[in-house]
Design a protein around this ligand. Structure first.
Ligand SMILES: *Cc1c(COP(=O)(O)O)cnc(C)c1O
Length: 461
């Protein structure tokens, strides 16, 4: 029976704790300066509440940990591999699965099987590592997100949806250059926004018209299924597992970062319906990830993944998890902090352009906000704006800026309590009060691909 989060307490009790404590502000100021004003370069024990990512940061359950004790670490044919393969088949409906060390290992394999230089990979909105892999193949990532998805202030359901007309227009430019369509559920980069079942069906029918395969980036498939249940007519009484299987029924396979909705600390996979795709994929798996039955993971990791894939479909868990994001969002909205609305599945996305309107794009307002939040409260978020997605035009060298300039506060699964969330809201209020005195940042080092991970900055004085 469905229960709102407000009607009960956490659907788990805590068996193991890790002590954390805030360090003093002058030390934080020194550390962030030494880190080149990039939170990726901070030692994590200097962080009090770590909302850098929800990736690989989940607390595993007693059921998953007990599975870890049953690891069969055989190079070939581990029993845990068969449990894992069966879980993927049950939950997603795909017969052929290739385990990988994490999601990007899966992306690497998918891109190598399907993508050639000069291709154009179409998606609702590609995640940053996905975009990186497409660029590394000499291909072009193309986002076909519906307009509402870019409008941070506009409340709408299913802001992860494709603009199906745009998708078709992009395919018709040169169908032979499109290897497949990628549906990212939920859509991470614009706020963990869901894609509706109706839109997924629409993508399938456009793809069918041109004979193209459809793949899912399934990192947050259970969260997406939960939103469908909450928001889409006809799904309110369906079990989450059935909704997830229906979503996947419209695809030819998926890549998965198991560090998200398989509730594990490491792992991933790429899965296929078609055995020919699988056969091509293992050509890339074996040299880069490992033999077909372990793919860069230990047997124990495969077991934890198998168990997590089932566990994540628990409705009390999903309501508690997505409800906690909603709770933090509510505190911020009350304080007048501009955030992407409605709140999505896995985190809060703050509109840095609106909070720091005096900082120009080329001085990275979202990066500056990330830095201030660490200095203020020892809280680590991440920039998803001009640093993560901006780049120079390959011919003219002109700066190209993404539409959105966001700071993401990703909430790890089953890790922090609502009191931690209240602390985050307090720190953000304090940053907001001194917003007009916050200075921008100047980029002093950037890598050619995925520059935000290693970029360095100086303060603009
Ligand atoms: C995290 C993520 C990936 C990459 O997975 P890793 O496990 O970090 O390598 C790909 N797509 C989406 C949507 C993600 O959130």
């Amino acid at each position: 029976m469905f229960r709102r989060r407000e009607e009960y307490a956490e659907p788990y009790r805590i068996k193991v704790v890790e002590m954390i404590r805030p360090i003093d502000r002058p030390t934080r100021e020194k550390l962030i300066r030494d880190a080149g004003y990039n939170v990726f370069a901070l030692p994590s024990d200097s962080v009090y509440i770590d909302l850098l990512t929800d990736s690989g940061t989940a607390a595993m359950s007693d059921y998953q940990w007990s599975g870890m004790m049953m690891g069969d670490e055989s190079y070939a044919g581990s029993k845990n591999y068969f449990h894992f393969r069966d879980a993927v088949k049950d939950v997603m409906g795909y017969e052929h699965v290739v385990p990988t060390h994490q999601g990007r290992g899966a992306e690497h394999i998918l891109m190598n099987v399907f993508v050639k230089p000069g291709d154009r990979v179409l998606g609702n909105m590609h995640f940053d590592t996905t975009e990186g892999h497409i660029l590394l193949k000499g291909a072009e990532p193309v986002n076909c997100l519906a307009d509402a998805g870019y409008k941070v202030g506009v409340e709408a359901d299913f802001k992860g949806n494709f603009d199906l007309e745009l998708l078709e227009t992009e395919i018709r430019k040169d169908r032979d250059k499109v290897p497949f369509v990628l549906v990212t559920v939920t859509c991470n980069n614009n706020g963990g926004q869901p894609v509706s079942m109706q839109n997924i069906r629409g993508v399938r029918s456009v793809a069918d018209k041109y004979g193209l395969p459809v793949f899912f980036d399934a990192a947050r498939f259970a969260e997406n299924a939960y939103f469908i249940k909450q928001l889409e007519p006809g799904y309110e009484d369906k079990p989450i597992g059935d909704i997830a299987r229906e979503m996947f029924s419209y695809g030819d396979g998926c890549t998965m970062s198991a560090k998200k909705d398989a509730l594990v600390n490491i792992g991933g996979f790429v899965a296929f319906r078609n055995i020919e795709h699988y056969r091509q994929a293992i050509q890339w798996q074996i040299p880069f990830e490992g033999f077909v039955t372990y793919g860069g993971l230990a047997g124990r990791d495969l077991e934890a993944m198998a168990r997590g894939l089932h566990e994540v479909l628990n409705e009390d868990y999903l309501e508690d998890r997505i409800g906690q994001v909603r709770y933090l969002g509510g505190l911020l909205i009350k304080s007048g902090i501009p955030i992407v609305r409605p709140t999505g599945g896995h985190g809060i996305y703050i509109n840095a352009k609106a909070l720091l309107p005096h900082i120009p794009r080329n001085e990275f307002p979202a990066q500056a906000l990330t830095v201030e939040l660490f200095i203020e409260g020892g809280i680590r978020g991440v920039e998803l704006g001009g640093c993560a997605f901006g780049h120079k035009h390959p011919q003219t060298g002109e700066d190209l800026w993404p539409e959105l300039e966001l700071v993401r506060l990703a909430i790890p699964r089953r890790v922090y309590t609502d009191r931690h969330m209240a602390m985050v809201a307090r720190a953000l209020r304090a940053v907001k009060e001194r917003a007009s005195s916050i200075k921008g940042l100047k980029l002093t080092y950037e890598a050619p691909v995925l520059r935000h991970f290693t970029a360095r900055f100086e303060r603009v004085e």
